[in-house]
Design a protein around this ligand. Structure first.
Ligand code: FHN
Length: 607
């Protein structure tokens, strides 16, 4: 059984990107759509649910400086250079004269996306710098009127998307616009405490431009609003209504604000490890920036991209993978190469991704990830297990097992231990993985796959108790206290009266090292340790301090390094069901981070 409260919490947090940035998860739950609106939303979401994989494109004037201003490298995201270097509007506007991307080839971009297996493209029609990348009649600050290029990028992309059958979607920054006095964000041209008429900016720029985008480029898949800072609920609603009035089939991203989007957006580069019930999407960078930055060479390996795509699919979401083209109009070769490799893998394994349903297991498996369809279970094997793969907890009878890419059959046995309530499927595998990234094994079962969802010791001996699957005790009421971020990691755990417990199954008795896995902040910027924890399980008590004893990186969420802390040793004499509780005795919160628990892990102790 899933602990309902913890699950509710991770779901709520995972829904609400804006959440992650600006709003509380609970604000979300008050937006009860009526049945008719819900049916409309359902209809609109049909293509999105099948798509699973899209291309995001951050392209604008910022590609010209490419991360460097007046001979200095500017830290941070490439598309934020105007803000980070505090470039005055009048100076930034001069970049228009250098924007002439002769190599831009809409056909080639869309072909690259199609061959990668992507089903939609979300391109920045206007990012926070306020510059429109299409021929706008609302403001001459646009690629057609203000640059020597004099071409409408979006017209050309719309044609190519039609030709190759991809959906064109527009990113539009609705609140931040550093070119406009009345908008949010530019406090270097104008004083931060100036009187702003945000509604005027909305009425005179945002709505007319969104209208152009939804009128002049044919059917649009979705409008990807972003960073809903300072926008009121009514204003977010005005935008949602405008989009749906102009194109009833067009989706609105979760970042329109106030939970009013058609689907939810996870935080940037955040991949949920918990089950998510609402439709959702996560935007991901291929290196560390969205807009092109010459010095950013921190490219994610293809294996990580495939793993993230599968991880998102296995949680019922869409993976929106970014490219940042250069000022010449080229998609960086490092991006193109990776996209081609992902496309090759996807072509051979598409059945396990498109339209696939989430993993029936609430927890992660040590060798990889599971997706399903009625009658099928797909085992995505990322870590090749020596001597075969053993899967616990599958209750459906397996009729056939084979490699999805070439249909080679695999031998297997399936057993059930009635006393333990424990099922084991044992698949014989060749010595090495047939695919360098992800070898997919398809299992044929009757109907919907049935599994036992109880946390269970894995065949490698580890027992992982994820924070978000723990039962929360002593929780503060209202919006305060411990909750789980979009990755499923505990945050705001600074109150020692709150504690977690888990029920789990031990298959092999023995001695176990108990580890606490906690998460640093993004890019390892900060972490809070020194908490005193009490662990109680199998009639034993361990008391230990959270220290930096080791580190780990989760390939799905590489920007948040994990810290591993040793809590002590536990003995389990008999196989069976156990409970474990984790009660903080003291919690440090000087940095306001508290105990950022990812999981408690029991690892067989060396004898
Ligand atoms: O500030 C933007 C950022 O530049 C980029 O566009 C990302 C993409 O998700 N969204 C905002 C930050 O979340």
């Amino acid at each position: 059984m899933l602990p309902a409260k913890a699950l509710r919490c991770v779901l709520a947090c995972a829904f609400a990107f804006s959440a992650a940035h600006f709003h509380t998860a609970r604000a979300q739950t008050s937006n009860k759509p009526d049945a008719a609106a819900e049916a409309e939303r359902d209809r609109r979401l049909k293509w999105f649910r099948e798509a699973r994989f899209g291309m995001m494109i951050h392209w604008g004037l910022y590609a010209v400086p490419a991360g460097e201003w007046k001979g200095k490298l500017i830290p941070g995201l490439g598309e934020w250079i105007m803000n980070r270097a505090k470039i005055p509007v009048a100076e930034y506007e001069q970049l228009t004269q250098q924007f002439n991307p002769a190599a831009f080839d809409a056909d080639a971009w869309v072909r690259l996306a199609r061959d990668a297996g992507m089903k939609y493209i979300v391109i920045t029609s206007k990012h926070h710098d306020g510059f429109a990348m299409y021929h706008s009649r609302v403001s001459r600050y646009n690629v057609y009127d203000a640059t020597p290029f004099k071409r409408d990028v979006m017209k050309e992309l719309a044609e190519a998307c039609r030709k190759y059958g991809l959906r064109l979607c527009f990113y539009y920054s609705q609140t931040q616009d550093w070119h406009e006095r009345d908008a949010v964000g530019n406090d270097w041209d104008w004083p931060a405490d100036r009187k702003r008429d945000f509604q005027r900016y909305l009425d005179e720029k945002v709505k007319p431009q969104v209208t152009e985008l939804l009128t002049n480029y044919g059917p649009i898949g979705l409008i990807w609003f972003d960073t809903p800072r300072d926008i009121t609920r009514e204003q977010s609603k005005e935008l949602v209504d405008l989009v749906h009035k102009l194109q009833p089939d067009c989706l609105v991203s979760g970042r329109v604000g106030h939970g009013l989007g058609d689907y939810d957006s996870a935080g940037d580069n955040q991949i949920s490890v918990g089950q998510v019930r609402r439709d959702w999407e996560t935007p991901v960078t291929m290196n560390d920036t969205w807009g092109f930055k010459r010095d950013d060479q921190n490219w994610k390996p293809t294996g990580v991209l495939i793993r993230q795509l599968v991880q998102v699919s296995s949680r019922g979401g869409n993976y929106l993978l970014n490219v940042g083209p250069t000022a010449e109009g080229r998609i960086p070769p490092q991006s193109a190469e990776r996209l081609t490799q992902v496309g090759r893998w996807l072509k051979a394994n598409s059945e396990s991704v498109y339209g696939a349903r989430p993993s029936p297991f609430p927890y992660e498996l040590p060798w990889g990830i599971i997706t399903t369809k009625p009658g099928r279970v797909y085992l995505h094997v990322f870590e090749w297990p020596k001597g075969g793969l053993v899967l616990y907890g599958l209750k459906s009878k397996v009729k056939k097992a084979y490699f999805l890419s070439n249909k080679t059959g695999l031998k297997f046995t399936q057993q059930s231990d009635a006393a333990l309530g424990h099922d084991a499927l044992d698949i014989q595998l060749p010595a090495s993985a047939p695919d360098t990234y992800d070898s997919v094994i398809a299992l044929e079962v009757a109907g919907e796959p049935q599994v036992d969802t109880m946390l269970t010791q894995q065949p490698d001996g580890t027992i992982t108790l994820p924070a978000h699957l723990g039962e929360v005790h002593g929780a503060a009421s209202g919006d305060e206290g411990l909750r789980f971020d979009t990755r499923g990691v505990a945050e705001r755990w600074t109150n020692r009266n709150e504690w977690l417990s888990w029920d789990f199954r031990v298959v092999r008795p023995g001695a176990y090292e108990v580890l606490a896995v906690t998460s640093e902040q993004k890019y390892g910027r900060d972490w809070e340790g020194g908490h005193e924890l009490l662990v109680e399980s199998a009639g034993q008590r361990l008391q230990a301090r959270v220290e930096r004893d080791g580190k780990e990186v989760d390939p799905a969420n590489p920007y948040w390094p994990y810290v591993v802390s040793k809590l002590g040793r536990l003995r389990v004499d008999k196989a069976g069901r156990y409970a474990l509780s984790l009660k903080p005795q003291t919690l440090r919160s000087e940095k306001k981070l508290g105990l950022t628990l990812v999981s408690v892990r029991l690892v067989p102790a060396a004898q």
